[in-house]
Write a protein that binds this ligand. Structure first.
Ligand code: FAD
Ligand code: NAP
Length: 542
């Protein structure tokens, strides 16, 4: 019998998080094995190849800053780069730092069991391979488990069916076709204008109207790019002080909207609307804290929808109720304008319309509940696209059978929602790290910055253990409980927990309702630094 293979670190996932982690481990001379379900690096940008997919944090900021030569030599062509360009960037990083030899692609990690006797993790993959490691790092992404709702008749559809988050590599030909799309979150809103321009007819099935703001994307002026690069380190440092770890170049005055005169409010919102991008809600301090203030911004966008969309009924259906930014804010290119095209139809399948009854072999049947199609409307389709999002933040973590001390499953521990210390570790799971895990700023921040901060913290923690002849780190129950309470207290000061978003797991039937990320990147980083300065306060090192 051959001896079981052992490495110091196993990294699951080869998106931006896994890639940087593997880089750091190799740079420190550690043995590391990466595993990735996909056929190559890139994570999000490998899977989400739908038309219109691009980032919504500017590319000069949504990129690694760990290597000065890399950030100086790479050139972005657009303000918000397209998925193919971001994927090329990820591939370039893999080539440049020779990461691929340390990653096994087309391989899913199925299970990881902690052995209290040896202090090692036993990791098993879907091809039956097993190996052990000292540190087990889940860099599996917050938005990587596609949510394909189990709508009756789904699998009977005879045309082409695709999910935006698992887009076929050879594309989907929609030219001249009758296309339907379910979902109007960021993915749907990016895809809809591009699909509309290619399809014969596009039917949008909208359950909840979403707020979206113009991106004002365009080519990136090479001179501006050079200028940014001259002081790149300063820009990165300034961004790390921003609540979302981006956008310092656009930082605006910080009064309260409720104290502003109607004229000043209007001028500011007009300015931000014309400027474009996701910083609309960063303008006044109270927009994300006070529903009354938020309503001022929401009303402004509601007015814009009425101005842009020609047909008043369609405009009304597109107009979101409630607060802006409670669900993840979307930025778009010509989204509302697209509904003025003659080949685009909006079908409200939410509370203000009739739900989807079922999917048929030839389309989607929409109608009043309980009528079994009587009085319903059948939409004939050649292509049906699910832009229905992800089992966010916990989905990919819980799809692996992770068992810690006493054989306890992470799924059991998190039965009522995720609990972590700093979003980095979980009591009962020694030497398990989660990158951008629940309880950290994660999806509320520029995720490459959040990733680099987590990977740096984990790497330095492993160095510290080694340097001190220690082998194990695990959070204490008190620190974990305090952290969970802290995250809830911060979230409760904001408008975030007040609506049904994927931030609270509301998009997945049966998922416990817990607000998962932590608002405020700079305070979080400070806390992480304090924990280290205090000798890894809240952890037991042994
Ligand atoms: P991912 O890129 O999701 O990579 C995780 C990888 O782990 C995946 O490739 C997956 O296949 C693999 N994996 C998961 N489970 C297993 C397993 N059991 N075994 C083996 N492999 C596994 N964030 C921003 O900050 N700005 C943006 O503009 C932005 N745009 C986005 C656009 C889209 C369409 C989406 C879906 C997300 C976007 N995000 C954005 C969030 C984005 O997910 C992060 O920015 C970032 O790419 C996450 O990197 P990651 O490495 O943590 O995770
Ligand atoms: P999402 O925001 O969760 O949106 C999913 C959409 O599908 C929602 O409109 C939802 O309606 C609808 N839906 C889900 N199940 C449905 C069902 N059974 N019937 C009808 N409609 C259903 O997912 P996403 O658009 O993929 O975006 C997820 C996240 O990924 C974003 O919030 C963002 O963080 C990231 N992302 C970023 C970008 C970018 O611009 N850079 C692009 C894409 C994704 P309800 O609202 O009613 O639930």
């Amino acid at each position: 019998m051959s001896e079981q293979r052992h490495v110091e670190v196993v990294v699951v996932g080869a998106g931006f998080a896994g890639m940087y982690l593997i880089y750091r481990m190799r740079r420190a001379g550690r043995s590391v094995q990466g595993f990735e379900t996909a056929g190559d690096v890139g994570g999000t940008w490998y899977w989400n190849r739908y038309p219109g997919a691009r980032c919504d944090v500017e590319s000069m900021e949504y990129s690694y800053d760990f290597d000065e030569d890399l950030q100086q030599e790479w050139t972005w062509t657009e303000k918000y780069s397209t998925q193919p360009e971001i994927l090329r960037y990820a591939q370039h990083v893999a080539d440049r730092f020779e990461l691929r030899p340390h990653i096994r692609f087309n391989t899913r990690v199925e299970a990881a069991y902690y052995d209290e006797g040896t202090g090692r993790w036993l990791v098993r993959t879907d091809d039956g391979d097993e190996l052990t490691c000292q540190f087990f790092v889940m860099a599996t992404g917050c938005l990587s488990s596609a949510n394909l709702p189990d709508i009756e008749g789904r699998d009977s559809f005879g045309g082409v069916l695709a999910h935006t988050g698992r887009w076929p590599h050879d594309g989907v030909d929609v030219t001249g076709k009758r296309v339907g799309i379910i979902g109007t979150g960021s993915s749907g809103i990016q895809a809809i204008p591009v699909l509309a321009a290619q399809a014969g007819h596009l039917t949008v099935f909208q359950r909840t109207a979403q707020f979206t703001l113009p991106a004002r994307n365009g080519p990136l002026d090479p001179a501006e790019q050079d200028r940014i690069k001259e002081t790149y380190a300063e820009l990165r440092a300034a961004n790390r002080k921003m609540p979302g770890a981006f956008g310092s170049r656009y930082a605006r005055r910080k009064g309260n909207a409720l104290d502003a005169t109607p004229e000043r409010l209007r001028a500011e919102f007009d300015f931000l609307w014309e400027q474009g991008g996701p910083l609309f809600l960063a303008s006044f301090r109270d927009l994300m804290l006070d529903p009354e203030a938020n309503r001022l911004a929401a009303d402004f966008v509601r007015e814009k929808i009425a101005e842009i969309v020609d047909d008043p009924e369609t405009a009304a259906r597109l107009t979101p109720h409630g607060l802006i930014g409670c669900k993840r804010l979307v930025i778009d290119t010509d989204y509302y304008e697209t509904y003025n095209r003659p080949n685009v139809m909006l079908v409200d399948v939410g509370s203000r319309g009739d739900p989807i009854q079922r999917i048929t072999p030839t389309g989607v049947l929409v109608g009043p509940d309980g009528t079994e199609g009587e009085g319903g409307e059948h939409h004939e389709l050649d292509v049906l696209i699910f832009a229905t999002g992800f089992d966010a933040m916990t989905g990919s973590l819980l799809r692996v059978d992770i068992r810690g001390r006493g054989g306890r499953a992470l799924a059991d521990k998190w039965a009522n929602g995720p609990v972590t210390y700093l979003g980095l570790n979980v009591v009962g799971f020694p030497n398990l790290f989660t990158v951008t895990g629940p309880g950290s700023p994660s999806v509320l921040a520029n995720m490459i910055v959040a990733t680099e901060q987590h990977v740096d913290w984990i790497s330095e923690c492993i160095e510290h253990l080694d340097a001190n002849g220690l082998t194990t780190i695990e959070a204490t129950p008190e620190a974990e409980a305090e952290w969970v309470a802290h995250v809830n207290a911060i979230a409760d000061r904001t408008i975030f927990p007040t609506c049904n978003s994927w931030y609270v797991g509301a998009n997945i039937p049966g998922k416990p309702r817990v607000f998962m990320p932590l608002p405020g990147f700079p305070n979080y980083v400070k806390r992480c630094e304090e924990v280290v300065a205090g000798g890894y306060e809240g952890f037991v090192l042994s």
